[in-house]
Design a binder for this molecule. Structure first.
Ligand SMILES: Nc1ncnc2c1ncn2[C@@H]1O[C@H](COP(=O)(O)OP(=O)(O)OP(=O)(O)O)[C@@H](O)[C@H]1O
Length: 308
């Protein structure tokens, strides 16, 4: 897949001397959903603002659809839709007018059929004649997405699309965003909800203190860094771990009432069979067995420390 957004060695130093981006390089692939995770102040908004031409880079280069975001600002802006966190448009305007006007603002020819489709996709069609102030918070957020889509961008940036939105609506927005991807739009979203990244993203980028810590295919990331844990509850607690089990990297937990065996790519080959056979040989009785796989959240916390 070719890169629709190419970021090379991007730096940003604010006027007060604060270095918000320290040489970020990243290729965003045509048609993917990329989730950018990072704690507060990591530099996500700074990076998006530069890509969207709202802020000047201090160094490095950003290309969108083959155009330089500084030199060819008009060209790149046409290709980009940005969904900010807050709705700043006229609250007394209707949904239809707000979205339709947004298309005109970007120089697009009137296209009522397209606006109708966007509103239907985002489940806003029934509300098209309502004023924005009459909508719920979740609906207002969807109006923001509709506005950004009205000029048919090829790349859509969503800054915290579901912050403060209830679980049901969040799921609705996820499916709306997935439908967008099916139409070939590249989606970059920032989120604090790890679950959102886990659910939606093809790739995950982790940014911290102005640096990209990693960008990885979601499945690869979970396989590479995710650990699995086998847990055996013992009927009778033991005071010491039999050497045969210690050799298999089994540890004792809960004051001798449980045995833990870590495996998975991050912790070497699985030797579950050998562990179970050794438990049997040692004459230990098991009352329960469970396994646990570390989540994206575990991985994220281990990458950026407790600032997540
Ligand atoms: N205009 C500015 N002048 C000086 N420093 C700034 C300015 N704007 C942002 N910063 C600083 O740059 C850093 C990165 O901010 P940015 O908004 O990009 O982070 P973020 O990852 O989007 O955070 P959040 O998750 O809280 O939205 C922060 O430490 C912030 O205080």
């Amino acid at each position: 897949m070719s890169a629709i957004v190419s970021i090379q060695n991007l730096t940003k130093t604010y006027d007060n001397g604060f270095v918000a981006l320290k040489g970020v390089s990243l290729d965003i692939r045509q048609g993917e959903i990329l989730a950018l995770l990072g704690p507060n102040g990591a530099g996500k908004t700074t990076m998006i603002s530069i890509i969207c031409g709202l802020s000047m880079p201090s160094g490095g280069k950003v290309m969108v659809g083959g155009h330089d975001v500084v030199r060819d600002f008009r060209e790149t802006r046409k290709l980009i839709g940005l969904v900010p966190q807050e709705l700043t448009t006229d609250q007394f305007e209707t949904v239809w007018n707000t979205v339709n006007f947004s298309r005109g603002l970007h120089g697009g020819k009137s296209n009522p059929k397209l606006i109708e489709q966007i509103l239907k996709d985002l489940s806003l069609w029934e509300k098209r004649d309502n004023k924005l102030r009459e909508l719920s918070g979740g609906m207002k957020r969807r109006v923001l997405i509709a506005k950004a889509l009205a000029h048919e961008p090829r790349v859509l940036f969503l800054d915290e699309p579901t912050a403060g939105v209830d679980v049901e609506l969040r799921r609705g927005m996820w499916s709306a965003i997935n439908r967008l991807r099916e139409t070939g739009v590249t989606v970059i979203l920032t989120t604090h909800y790890i679950e959102e990244a886990e659910e939606m993203a093809d790739r995950i980028g982790v940014i911290n203190k102005g640096e990209i810590l990693l960008v990885e295919d979601k499945r690869t990331l979970l396989n590479k860094l995710g650990r699995k844990q086998l847990r055996l509850e013992l009927k009778e607690p033991v005071t010491a771990l039999p050497p045969a089990l210690a050799e298999l990297h089994v540890t004792l937990a809960e004051e001798g009432r449980a045995l833990i065996h870590e495996y998975g790519n991050g912790a070497g080959e699985s030797r579950i069979g050998a562990v179970l056979a050794a438990v049997e040989r040692e004459g230990l009785s098991i009352s329960d067995i469970s396994t646990h796989q570390s989540s994206l959240e575990d991985i994220f916390v281990s990458l950026v420390g407790d600032r997540a």
